[in-house]
Design a protein around this ligand. Structure first.
Ligand code: NI
Length: 139
């Protein structure tokens, strides 16, 4: 962390109480740490809303590998976007179910598009795109 600046904010007491309950639930060591995380979340969300900002995302999918064509379609989609797909981990959960975690890095618009295509592929039981950052532009 660089130089620290103290920022005072005023809140309605009911909002402050709700925020303190949130801090307690999340085990934050201080209000400051919780506020810093919320600010970072807002800045990352802004990066994702742009089209050309460089972002990092992870797609988690669960599917049955017996589902017709699904494994082929998921593999093809990843091979079609080698510049954005930077890693994939496959876990055999049981006889039929597989879990994959795919890491994507690139321009926000492409990462969003490819991430949603993977997570939303027909036959995927559960898919989720988590949006994060390269960290480079985040103080
Ligand atoms: Ni498997």
């Amino acid at each position: 962390m660089g130089d620290l600046v103290r920022v005072g904010i005023s809140l309605p007491s009911s909002l402050a109480e709700a925020f303190d309950a949130y801090i307690e639930e999340r085990s934050y060591p201080s209000r400051s740490e919780a506020v810093r995380d919320l600010i970072r979340d807002a800045l990352i969300e802004k990066q994702w809303m742009g089209d050309t900002e460089e972002v990092v995302g992870t797609v988690t999918i669960v599917y049955d590998h017996h589902t017709r064509d699904l494994t082929d379609r998921l593999t093809r989609l990843q091979h079609d976007h080698l510049d954005v797909i930077i890693s994939a981990t496959h876990v055999h959960l049981d006889h039929g179910n597989c879990l994959e975690v795919i890491v994507l890095r690139g321009e926000a618009a492409r990462v969003r598009s490819i991430g949603h295509q993977l997570a939303g592929a027909r036959g995927v039981k559960h898919g989720n795109l988590t949006c994060t950052t390269t960290g480079a532009a985040l103080p």
